[in-house]
Design a binder for this molecule. Structure first.
Ligand SMILES: *Cc1c(COP(=O)(O)O)cnc(C)c1O
Length: 434
């Protein structure tokens, strides 16, 4: 499979190059030249296939012969080696729980796939790569865990001091080995600006081979299709008719993967983009104007994105046909007050505990179903409530128990280097590390 740069369509690369480079010239995103179609019989009978087989069939056309099939099989089975259950919340709404992976967030799937592909490609290159990421909490943990002890790869994570939850901080700082955590005395935006400066600094780039691990990278974006298939496998046993799928969205990588799977033949009734106050896409669906905005801080902070980078991929899928796009995707913006109220209501009425991102999603789904009462579907549960304990406790006045898998982690020692939001200081750290 070849991938072209959405900004400069003449730049065409293979899967390996797109994975290593992350993005193309002019910071353009890569996009597959073909949308490979699923076999109809396969899609209608997903229950006859194992999860590993489904994941393999989902990914193989995108990788082609660049990774041998037996290695790819191993990679996809490690990518999804935790449960991804579709749980019923009430008569009309289910939740696809994507938070049973090692860092309790859906980003584990993409990070695990990407780290293994990157490691495979670097094996023969005799090249050491530094993966640099800024995180508001969830991305860093998934990336740290996904790349932990991966040969030839160092990971440097920048996170804002005192602004990530206790569990999130331990996930970033307790691993050690090839993972370094930098605690920046500033905001998430400061972290992100520092990372951008590093990527455009000639001296650093001539000393280190840098890459990013955000959802712009195709090796993080594409494997997210897998769990839409695994969800449909479960849905086909539980319900008739096609599901409405509601995705809590920030950078729009997750929902874009679902839409891609749909274009390949996965039956989906409708998609809902659930946003918090950062409502660029819901506004676009109303006005046909895509206007990025200053980010607003909310309780669902992994979706605090004022310029959703993957949306260009959605536009490409629909070939920029606004009416087609609008008939397939609805958008809702949910504020913090409604988010807390939803956590409380759903807990009281159905004994199901949501965290802020999933609560935004639930509320958006409820709105859509009110206007379309004959439909049913599921939300994507993107994180475990324990990762956002403050909001959850505020809503239901109960503390969230730590899952067993985290008890050891939380006891581990935090290892981080504190820096000021200062490029010179970061540059010194990176050059000394090498
Ligand atoms: C990253 C994240 C999102 C948003 O996903 P995108 O692919 O950026 O739209 C939603 N919920 C949680 C918990 C996240 O960590």
């Amino acid at each position: 499979m070849k991938y072209y740069n959405l900004k400069e369509k003449k730049e065409v690369v293979d899967f390996k190059t797109a994975t290593i480079k992350g993005q193309g010239r002019e910071k353009g995103l890569f996009f597959p030249e073909l949308i490979p179609q699923f076999d109809k019989d396969f899609i209608e009978n997903l229950h006859q296939y194992s999860d590993e087989e489904i994941a393999f069939r989902c990914m193989k056309d995108f990788v082609g012969d660049e990774i041998p099939y037996d290695v790819l099989k191993q990679i996809v089975s490690e990518t999804i080696n935790f449960e991804i259950p579709l749980k019923k919340i009430n008569e009309n709404i289910y939740s696809l729980e994507l938070f049973h992976g090692p860092t309790l967030a859906f980003k584990d799937v993409g990070a695990r796939f990407m780290s293994r592909c990157l490691s495979y490609f670097l094996k023969d290159e005799n090249k050491k790569v530094t993966v640099l990421v800024a995180t508001s909490g969830d991305t860093g943990g998934a990336v740290a865990n996904g790349f932990y002890k991966t040969e030839n790869i160092n990971v440097v994570i920048l996170y804002p001091k005192n602004r990530v939850s206790a569990v999130q901080e331990k996930q970033l700082t307790a691993l050690g080995e090839n993972i370094s955590a930098l605690e920046v005395d500033g905001s998430f935006d400061d972290c992100q600006n520092l990372v951008k400066q590093v990527f455009s600094d000639d001296e650093i780039n001539s000393n280190l081979f840098l890459t990013s691990a955000n959802s712009i990278n195709i090796a993080r974006w594409l494997p997210q299709q897998i769990y839409y298939l695994l969800a449909l496998k479960q849905w086909q046993k539980l319900e008739t008719g096609n599901p409405v799928i509601c995705v809590p969205s920030g950078n729009f990588g997750n929902i874009c993967a679902g839409i891609l799977a749909h274009f390949r033949g996965l039956p989906v009734e409708h998609f809902i983009a659930a946003c918090n106050k950062n409502d660029i896409v819901p506004n676009y669906l109303k006005t046909q104007k895509l206007e990025s905005k200053e980010t607003v801080a909310t309780l669902s902070n992994a979706m605090d994105v004022g310029n959703p980078s993957n949306f260009v991929r959605i536009l490409e899928l629909f070939e920029n046909h606004f009416e087609d796009l609008k008939s397939k995707i609805s958008g809702y913006s949910i504020d913090d007050e409604e988010t807390l109220q939803t956590i409380q209501d759903v807990y009281e009425n159905y004994h199901y505990l949501l965290e802020p991102h999933s609560a935004v999603s639930y509320k958006a789904m409820e709105r859509y179903l009110k206007e379309n009462p004959e439909k049913k579907g599921f939300i994507l549960g993107t994180a475990h409530p324990v990762k956002f304990p403050d909001a959850v406790e505020k809503a239901i006045h109960l503390t969230v128990d730590l899952p067993e898998s985290l008890e050891n982690l939380i006891k581990k020692e935090k290892k981080s280097t504190e820096i000021q939001p200062d490029f010179v200081e970061l540059k010194r750290f990176l050059l000394n590390k090498n």
